[in-house]
Write a new protein. Sequence first.
Length: 209
Amino acid sequence: MEKFQVIQHPLIQHKLSILRRTDTSTKAFRELVNEIAMLMGYEVLRDLPLEDVEIETPITKTVQKQLAGKKLAIVPILRAGIGMVDGLLSLVPAAKVGHIGMYRDEETLQPVEYLVKLPEDIKHRQIFVVDPMLATGGSAILAIDSLKKRGASNIKFVCLVAAPEGVAALQKAHPDIDIFTAALDEKLNENGYIVPGLGDAGDRLFGTK
């Protein structure tokens, strides 16, 4: 599988167009982020391992497939990453959820870590780091640095909208990480926002300014 993948399913593209609109309400924005994350989950989770299991149907005994006991963890980058968690959890309800908190220093535009709370067995889990935006790549790189420092190695990054600069930075810092996005946008502007983008995902999710 490619290390960088744009998931172009028609339903995802349609919902993403609504998500981008200035006049989309906080309630609708929140619902759309959740729905897009769930739809992306089908591709993101495509290579989960399966095992044979013997079951009994109303007709007969048979050997069928089920998910192998691979442990999953969803790790949102706070705040905005929270909006994507429920969509993925609806597909894999047994996954654990960790949190990595970042804020952006408005002068340097660099991310600063303020919280890391992860499942104790994080090094044994398949990890999905989620954040709606991959802009400069700074937050994603720092979050994955944090996970690797704690022994994690099986990590995928999932976002809704990515800038070429962010993809390049993340691939350079962590070439082993699979990156999934619903859209590769044009560029970053001078303020570090994705163009055309969708504005500040955290503010739009939570109704703050």
